[in-house]
Design a protein around this ligand. Structure first.
Ligand code: NDP
Ligand code: GDP
Length: 328
């Protein structure tokens, strides 16, 4: 039987790396779309960290370029398309609202168009976000909870989500939207709070830093592990019919509790190192996110396997190892 083929946008990001690993393990041909950069070799550092750098076919492409994306889809004739590319950092979206609208919102329309025109039978995944719930309308959020976005990022994601639903209903595309709650790993970007914390904890423990500057420590998030969450993406595209699914752990924890657990992992007291810095506060905050993934559990048979405590330990240990290696 011919190998299945998947196209992944955002292949240089956290989820792109773990999803590539999952699909390669299942025998897929994986084509990863990456933006052209003058920095040779930088693009595949996450794939390299997972030891799969040479196994993904990386092609140049930008979500804003419909013609280029359509050519990639036409040439690949993929079975599955995972649209993971986005300007994904909430705080930056207030500084770059137009760019965020284009990449994170209109970019989804470009991908849906490319699929509709060039490979309408392909199964399509859109990386939607729990940020769309924003000012939460229910204490625990499911597929039925109304949205109330609180940042340009969340507004753009909402556009992408509804465009995915619309292409499914208008053109019969097998297009699914995964409403994923925050998910982290040692490959998470350093600007996100979890990785910022684990990296700082590692540097403090190794004597390379003396403080950790933080914003709102009271916000709570439903944090899972990226490796578990990419499995849910794949499961969505294996279903007979396309649908929308919340992916979450059903446990919400404060930023403060995350910080305490990360410091505790290396036997340090956070109170000695934390400095609250208004520079890390946001114009509008999402105070609480807490997901109900019962639909994913019952329809996809998906449950998370990695606990928050295991993930924090893995992230701190990986950052310790990175800094030790850099200093060696
Ligand atoms: P990352 O920020 O790690 O990766 C984003 C990817 O998008 C990078 O590969 C980036 O490329 C690429 N990208 C950005 N703009 C463009 C563009 N114009 N054209 C082509 N590629 C582009 O995000 P994650 O891996 O964490 O997340 C994957 C997706 O899931 C994102 O859409 C994110 O918004 C969404 N999501 C993530 C959650 C999480 O907790 N991680 C939760 C819910 C949704 P480059 O390397 O060149 O910057
Ligand atoms: P988000 O949920 O996609 O915005 O993911 P982040 O990891 O960027 O932020 C999660 C929460 O941590 C938000 O409520 C932030 O306000 C809060 N937070 C507190 N301090 C910081 C910080 O220094 N950096 C970041 N990125 N977030 C912080």
């Amino acid at each position: 039987m011919a190998k299945k083929c998947a196209v992944i946008t955002g292949v240089t990001g956290q989820d792109g790396a773990y999803l590539s690993q999952l699909l390669l393990g299942k025998g897929y041909r994986v084509i990863g779309v990456a933006r052209r950069s003058s920095h040779y070799g930088m693009a595949t550092h996450r794939l390299d960290w997972l030891g799969i750098g040479g196994q993904v076919e990386v092609v140049d492409g930008d979500l804003l370029d419909l013609g280029g994306m359509a050519r990639i889809i036409r040439d690949a004739q993929p079975d599955e398309v995972y649209n993971l590319a986005a300007q994904s950092f909430v705080k930056t979206s207030w500084d770059q609202p137009v760019l965020t609208s284009q990449a994170t919102g209109v970019g989804v329309t470009n991908m849906l168009e490319a699929v509709r025109l060039e490979a309408p039978g392909a199964h399509f995944y859109q990386a939607s976000s729990s940020e769309m719930y924003g000012l939460i309308q229910e204490p625990i959020q499911s597929e039925k909870t109304p949205f109330y976005p609180r940042s340009p990022y969340a507004v753009a994601k909402l556009m992408g989500h509804w465009m995915t639903v619309n292409y499914r209903e208008s053109f019969g595309l097998h297009a699914s939207s995964g409403i994923l709650f925050n998910h982290e790993s040692p490959l998470r970007g350093l600007e996100f709070v979890t990785r910022k914390v684990t990296d700082a904890v590692a540097r403090i423990k190794l004597g390379l830093a003396t403080e950790l500057r933080m914003g709102n420590m009271d916000a709570t998030r439903d944090w899972g592990h990226a490796k578990d969450y990419v499995r849910a993406m794949w499961l969505m595209l294996q279903q007979e019919t396309a649908d929308d699914y919340v992916v979450a752990t059903n446990r919400t924890v404060s930023v403060r509790a995350f910080v305490e657990a990360a410091f505790a992992h290396v036997d340090l007291n956070p109170d000695k190192y934390i400095v609250i810095d208004p520079a890390f506060m946001r114009p509008a905050e999402v105070e609480v996110l807490h997901g109900n993934a019962d639909k994913a559990k019952h329809k996809l048979g998906w449950t998370p396997e990695i606990t928050l405590e295991q993930m924090i330990g893995e992230m701190v240990d990986a950052d310790m190892a990175r800094h030790r290696k850099a200093g060696a």
